[in-house]
Design a binder for this molecule. Sequence first.
Ligand SMILES: Nc1ncnc2c1ncn2[C@@H]1O[C@H](COP(=O)(O)OP(=O)(O)OP(=O)(O)O)[C@@H](O)[C@H]1O
Length: 289
Amino acid sequence: MLEVTDLGHRYRAKEGEHTAIDRLSFTVAAGELVCIVGPSGCGKSTLLRSLSGLITPTSGTVALHGDEVRGVPDDLAVVFQDYSRSLFPWLSVARNVEFPLKRKVSRAERRERAAQALEWVGLSGAGAKYPWQLSGGMQQRVAIARALAYRPSLLLMDEPFASVDAQTRFELEDLLLRVRREHDTTILLVTHDIDESVYLGDRVLVLSKSPATVVADLKVDLPAERDQITTRESDAFVALRAETARLLHGGGAVRPRVHADPEGAAARFLAAERAEQASRATRKQAAQS
Ligand SMILES: Nc1ncnc2c1ncn2[C@@H]1O[C@H](COP(=O)(O)OP(=O)(O)OP(=O)(O)O)[C@@H](O)[C@H]1O
């Protein structure tokens, strides 16, 4: 489905060159949900931009359905991190969701798909509003609804749930799993949240710090049917998230998964990780306000 071979991208700026990603290789099978985690600034967005054809990588290749990607493929949708730039302010919420479908399906079907997708993300009453009348988290849900209504064969998501509250985040995670099951969508999702990567993924790709290379490609050996409480409580989940955290922070050799110790060092480490995420979100909000 998606084949990434020796992908590299070097930005050229006045201050000199910066290699954001370097010789990245991996594949994603049709219908798979692969999560990508990596340190801040390691090149995750650059990777997604290269995969979506929005930038031309300086080395390596990306092939979708066996064809090399040159320009934005037709059956692809992207949910960006920066929701404020992804919606048209002059179009209502419903028209924003319908927009990419204009040349794809009839008017009646556009309306139907937009209404359904807005209902999925909990915004059925907001279709007539304009994006600027909604909160940041609601705008992000509109961007997600637009991608889901399009029903792409490949969906790329760059920290799609970072700006929504915790409860909505859980609901959107479950929605994504449901949509993936029902429509057989292939999904590649970048997240800073290790728990989210394990909860959602069939695999987790762990990237190194900049320039990003693939440190590990972890298979998430959890039942396909997941539940926010029982899955997250299971020993297998706890062990996998600790393993991901160790790899992400250069912990070297992976310890055996059998003796998960949620009360021990891994849990303390993860608590610190969450505190860092929360403080980063607060700093980001402060910078935006
Ligand atoms: N247009 C650009 N020109 C020059 N350098 C860039 C450009 N875009 C990104 N970079 C640099 O490339 C590196 C990777 O950026 P990128 O946004 O891909 O990382 P990221 O892993 O998505 O970051 P974050 O985790 O903070 O979202 C960073 O050092 C960034 O400053």
